[in-house]
Design a protein around this ligand. Structure first.
Ligand code: FRU
Length: 489
């Protein structure tokens, strides 16, 4: 079981309880927006040695959780927990970036600013109030409505496509769950024709409260789903399954269950599973993601925060967006994660190999000429007919082929990169996103996905690869190494 309160959470809690003075009580200087130099962000060409080239990061400052990801009229909006004044967690703002396609991002000014917007501007979700249910529309575009606040949900709304946000009702909470609460997720539920709000609270232990509203302003408590595993940043969304839908409920660490949701209560039908491998924690390799509201094409698209990536002017970044789906297993429905199709538009050069059956020496030689920058590697191996006990890639090897970061399938343990991955009809498929200290691994069509922040060499920003086979042959069905274009302009 995960520890309940980390040192940072204690800091956060004391800051909340005492309105900021708690930090001083713990021997940390109090920090308020006014204490820091103001904007603009530091200049950057986004070419810093550890800056993701096709992963979003804030132009400057600290970033944590993904907040209110949503799509409106040709633009994806990504908000995020943000301290623009330093490289560590402090004085939460909502950072903001926009994109036409989820891969090319433009930094925008701060969306929610302490001192201007009241309360703890902690994590939350948002949506577009297309039919002006709130009655808050004052322009010819529908309001964009976002929810934040701790121990009481506050609403902020924008009538200018998220350029500026107003505070609703002087910041008076629109819903106040029992206990300590934070991280509201809000969505439209077609079954009941109402909005739903799901929020983490510790009332009687970990869990979520579920509220309903006809207008996003007046909320009625409907039920509580108590679960010891469910801590912070809940998300609840439907995914197609067989001829209908199932609902997925997950927390910040990516633990999740699948079940039914009738608009009043959530009923799990599976045991708790892990949506993502790696370390789902505030100081881990991923944490605190959300799915987008209203993306075109009925897709469920998720981005998570990657705490481990940093440089001289920023800390933290986001994962590459993935599309979620459910597949049937003997343990019931399980979530798959796969990079969104837009990645195909970033490929600009491809090296292809296979089919081939290679021994360790031939494997070592096969990719010797490949020198890439940021890349995507897609490979299929016939595990059953391979005699090697382990096979896969060594990434970022030295010029003489030594060193490197191993991404291997272990045939005996049936693991990829240490995480369980049974073969699929005797095959193993690997898809790797390799981007300056970001590594995302997808096994067997997203059945397993892994997020890591290894330290790749930064000397010349090129990567040399090796195919690796341990103690026997490996049957390569196909390998494609795609160079991936940098997305910052
Ligand atoms: C998760 C979290 C949230 C909270 C936010 C504060 O990382 O602890 O529960 O709203 O960070 O920044």
């Amino acid at each position: 079981m995960r520890p309940r309160l980390s040192r940072r959470q204690l800091l956060m809690l004391s800051a909340t309880v005492a309105g900021g003075t708690g930090m001083a009580a713990l021997g940390v200087a109090p920090a308020f927006a006014a204490d820091y130099p103001e904007f603009p962000y530091p200049d950057t060409d986004y070419q810093e040695p550890t800056r993701g080239q096709f992963h979003f990061s804030s132009q400057g400052g600290w970033m944590n959780d993904i907040n209110a990801p949503l799509y409106y009229d040709g633009t994806y909006h990504l908000f995020y927990q943000h301290n623009p004044h330093g490289l560590t967690w402090d004085t939460m703002h909502w950072g903001h970036a926009t994109s036409p396609d989820l891969v090319h991002w433009t930094q925008q000014p701060i969306a929610l600013e302490p001192g201007i917007h009241p309360g703890d501007l902690w994590s939350g979700a948002g949506l577009v109030d297309f039919d002006n249910h709130t009655g808050l529309q004052t322009s010819n575009t529908p309001p964009i409505v976002v929810f934040s606040g701790t121990n009481g949900v506050r609403l902020f709304y924008s009538n200018d496509r998220a350029k500026t946000f107003q505070t609703y009702d002087n910041g008076n909470p629109i819903a106040t769950p029992a206990g300590t609460s934070r991280d509201p997720k809000v969505f439209w539920h077609t079954g009941t024709n109402e909005f739903k709000l799901v929020i983490w609270t510790d009332a009687g232990g970990n869990g979520v409260d579920i509220f309903s509203s006809p207008n996003l302003l007046d909320w009625t408590f409907k039920s509580r789903f108590a679960a010891d595993w469910l801590f912070e940043c809940p998300d609840l969304f439907p995914l197609p399954y067989n001829d209908g839908y199932k609902w997925v409920l997950n927390d910040a660490s990516g633990d999740y269950v699948v079940g039914t949701f009738d608009g009043t209560s959530f009923n799990p039908e599976t045991t708790v599973a892990r949506m993502v491998e790696g370390r789902g924690a505030f100081d881990g390799t991923f944490y605190a993601g959300l799915t987008f509201a209203h993306p075109p094409g009925d897709r469920i698209i998720q981005m998570l925060w990657m705490p481990g990536n940093r440089g001289d002017i920023w800390t933290g970044c986001a994962t590459f967006p993935v599309e979620l789906a459910l597949r049937e297993t003997s343990d019931g429905p399980r979530v798959t994660r796969n990079p969104i199709a837009a990645i195909e538009g970033l490929r600009f050069d491809t090296h292809r190999y296979g089919p081939a059956v290679v021994d360790p020496g031939q494997a070592e030689a096969l990719l010797r000429d490949v020198v890439t920058q940021e890349c995507e590697i897609i490979a299929e191996f016939d595990a059953d007919s391979s005699t090697a006990t382990r096979f896969g890639f060594r990434l970022d090897v030295n010029e003489d082929g030594s060193g490197g970061h191993e991404v291997l399938y272990d045939k005996t343990a049936q693991t990829l990169y240490g995480a369980a991955l049974p073969t699929s009809e005797g095959k193993v498929r690997m898809r790797l996103l390799v981007d300056r200290n970001h590594l995302e691994i997808f096994g067997n069509d997203g059945t397993m996905s892994y997020i890591d922040s290894p330290s790749f060499s930064t000397s010349d920003q090129t990567y040399r690869l090796r195919l690796y086979a341990d103690g026997g042959t490996v049957s390569v069905a196909s390998i494609a190494v795609h160079d991936i274009a940098r997305t910052w302009s």
